[in-house]
Every structure is written in C-alpha cells, then in structure tokens.
Design a protein around this ligand. Structure first.
Ligand code: ADP
Length: 401
C-alpha cells in the first residue's frame, strides 16, 4: 500500500512516501517558501539502499501548486516512483490539535474537517495550515483515503487527575481548558520501540519518554498508554525549550502585564519566541551553546544546567507517577545527539535506578542504542524518532481495516 505522509506548516510542507508493510520509505521531501518569488522543492528518492537528491527552484503560488509539484516528482519519467496519482492509496496528515474529540487516527470526512477547524482557536498556528494541507491533498489525490493523525491523540488516555487544572470547573466544562499534550506520535513510537528493545509487549512496559527537539516534552507511558505529559493546554509548559519558557509561575504573566505594561501579544511572543535557550543565551541551537559552554561561557553553562535540570525533575516526577519504570528514552534532535544533556539529566539519579554508562552514552546516536550501565534497574535508550513512519503505519492500519 502506498501511503503519502504530509506535515503541513504555515509556509512549508514536509512529505514522505511509504510502501507498507514491507517497502519502507520511497521518497522524502520539503517544499519551502510557498507563495514567495522563488519556492524550493527538496526531493530525495531512496532506491536500493542509495539516496538521490533533487532540488527545484521555481515559483509556487500556493500550497496546491506545491503539492502538484510533489505529485509530478513522484510520477516523473526519470526519478518517479509511481506511474499515476491513483496509485497513492492513502494520505496521512499530521494534525496538531484533536481536542477531546479525537483519541484515535481517523479517516477524514467533512465532519472531521469541520471539527479540526472548530479546534483552531486551540492551535491557531497549526490547525489552519494542517486543514489546508488536507483540502489540497483531496484535490491532488482524489482517489486516496485521507487520514488524520493527531499530535494530541496519544495523550487522551491521561486520567482526569493528570489532565485537569486546579482552576474553577467552568473553564474546563465550558471552554475545554485542560492538559492536552503534544508530540503524541513521537512518544507513542519511541515507547513502543523501547518495549521491543526490552523484549516485552507495550502493555507490560512502563516508559518515560523525553522528546527533546526545538519543542520538547516528556511523557509517562504506563502499559502503552500515556498517563501524563509535560506540555499542556498549549505547547508552552514543561521543559525549557529552544525558544519557549516551559513551566512558569502564571503570576509572572500578570506581572508582565500590569507592572511592566506588556500587551497579551507581547507576552505571548516573549514566552514562546524569546525565552528558553534563546532567553538565556541569545541562541536556540544547543550545539552552539555546548561549544560556548566548553569555551567557558557562564551563561551557556547556566542554560545547559537549567535545561538538564528540568528534564531531571520530570524524570523524578514520572518515576513517581509510574511507580515502576522499565525504561527511559531520549529522542529528537537534542535527545539523539547531545551526550552532554543526557549525562547531565541522569546525573544523581543512580539511587532511583537510572545508571548511565558514560562510554555507551558518548556521541551522537543514529540508531536505537542502549546507554545504561550493566545492571541498571532502569534501562536507558536513545531511540531516533520517526513520526512520519508512525503516521504512515497508523494510516495503513486504519485503511486496511
Ligand atoms: P524540531 O522540533 O524542529 O523537529 P529537532 O528534533 O530536529 O527539532 O531538533 C532540533 C534541535 O536539536 C536543534 O535546535 C539543536 O538544538 C539540536 N541538535 C541537533 N543536532 C545536535 C547535535 N549534534 N548536538 C546537540 N544538539 C543538536
């Protein structure tokens, strides 16, 4: 079954074409700067263990033109992998917010599109482009089943004591203000892989997952189900991130407004775009911060300690929430590549059962790797995430049913 996965952002579109169950990824690409004078399509074809990259610079006036260009590349006489658009059986769409309505991957109908639109106030930067991605894909691939995979869905198994905020009931009852959580597809994928690595079924495995990318979140996964996660009503709380502040006394917002005269829009920008690693060091790429810290920059050192300390606190919290932890997983850009952050986050947790092996931890990890010391009660893994593959698998399951 040929499944195209689309991750639609505001000005860019990422896509991958899979041949499931056995063929793996056939092509992957990115369409950027849609609507600008010159757009760019980066398209990579995987064949016989080799990859072949094609870059096209051309004007693409809108997202429809962007996806049509992708369809042409997929059917290209030389580099194409399909002969006809009708060969695409399903298109799996990443949709950020599914609210309480969507706890499962869902075949898209007009009602589902309406619901995604209705949820847009909860994710104003994401749901509208996600929805547009769906509409365009329906036009370009009319014969394919369109499927939505929600970032929030995996966390819908959280119990009320974890997802409710201790504010007056009406804000939940009437306005849906609660913890939703994000990165669900990644937490699901790596927690399942961790169970595989332990030789157990997800149902009998308790895992703490740390997705550390530009955005970062952790989850407590008990028996294959998310029971808590560090992001909340929005992706702002929890860990310190590239540019987001993470956990913060909500009274700081009040103070910024009433005492410092900041508007709501300014506060939103400060906390989402100018905080986190950027707020402390001026940059959001951890590689730069690590080299600055190694060169003796005190601010960079502070940022690394703050970043790792938050992760450590959540490891402790989720160990308490789970009672028994079988594995801790690091994933995404920072989790897969930064041995410094992994080591700092686990330092001092030996008596809680988390014992890292410094030699195994050293370096970047391109494949799933165990990094715990011999005899460590909790196994510690680095598992490269693959949200696109997980989306394709879920679409495959839903369409094959
Ligand atoms: P996104 O959330 O945008 O998908 P990624 O998962 O790709 O993010 O993670 C991006 C981040 O990973 C970068 O901003 C950088 O901080 C970090 N990163 C990438 N490579 C390295 C590396 N070699 N060492 C340390 N950090 C890295």
């Amino acid at each position: 079954m040929k499944i195209l996965v689309i991750n639609a952002g505001s000005s860019s579109r990422k896509y991958q074409l899979f041949d499931l169950p056995d063929g793996g990824v056939l092509t992957a690409g990115l369409v950027e700067r849609i609507g600008e004078a010159s757009s760019r399509v980066n398209h990579t074809v995987f064949r016989n263990g080799e990859s072949h990259k094609i870059t096209r610079d051309l004007p693409l006036k809108d997202h429809r033109a962007g996806l049509q260009q992708v369809a042409e590349l997929l059917m290209d006489a030389e580099v194409g992998v399909i002969a006809d658009a009708a060969e695409i059986d399903a298109v799996g769409h990443r949709v950020v917010h599914g609210g309480e309505q969507f706890s499962q991957t869902t075949v898209i109908t007009p009602d589902v599109k309406f619901a995604i639109e209705r949820l847009s106030p909860f994710a104003p930067l994401h749901n509208p482009p996600n929805l547009q991605g769906i509409t365009v894909a329906e036009e370009v691939f009319p014969d394919a089943v369109q499927v939505a995979v929600f970032d929030t869905a995996f966390h819908q198994t959280m119990p009320p004591h974890a997802y409710r905020y201790a504010i007056p009931n009406e804000f939940y009852d009437e306005h849906g203000i609660r913890v939703y959580g994000f990165h669900g597809t990644s937490h699901l994928y790596v927690s399942r892989r961790a169970a595989e690595m332990l030789g157990k079924s997800p149902a009998e495995t308790n895992v703490i997952t740390a997705h550390l990318g530009n955005g970062a979140s952790m989850a407590a996964v008990a028996g294959g189900r998310s029971i808590d996660t560090s992001m909340g009503f929005t992706p702002l709380p929890g860990l310190m991130m590239g540019s987001r502040c993470g956990d913060l006394d909500p009274a700081v917002v009040y103070y910024l407004g009433t005492k410092l005269g900041k508007s709501f829009d300014e506060i939103d920008r400060i906390l989402n775009k100018q905080s986190g690693l950027i707020g402390i060091t001026g940059v959001n790429d951890l590689r730069d911060i690590e080299s600055r810290a190694a060169a003796g920059d005190a601010q960079a050192e502070l940022a690394l300690e703050m970043y790792a300390y938050r992760i450590k606190k959540y490891i402790g919290a989720y160990a308490a929430a789970l009672g028994r932890v079988d594995a801790l997983v690091f994933t995404a850009g920072v989790g897969e590549n930064s041995d410094t952050i992994r080591a700092r986050a686990c330092a001092g947790l030996e008596n809680l059962g988390f014992r890292l092996d410094a030699a195994k931890n050293a370096g970047r990890k391109k494949t799933a790797t165990a990094i715990h010391a011999e005899g460590s009660p909790v196994k510690i893994f680095v598992i490269p995430t693959n949200e696109e593959l997980e989306i394709a698998r879920q679409a495959y399951e839903v369409v094959g049913r």
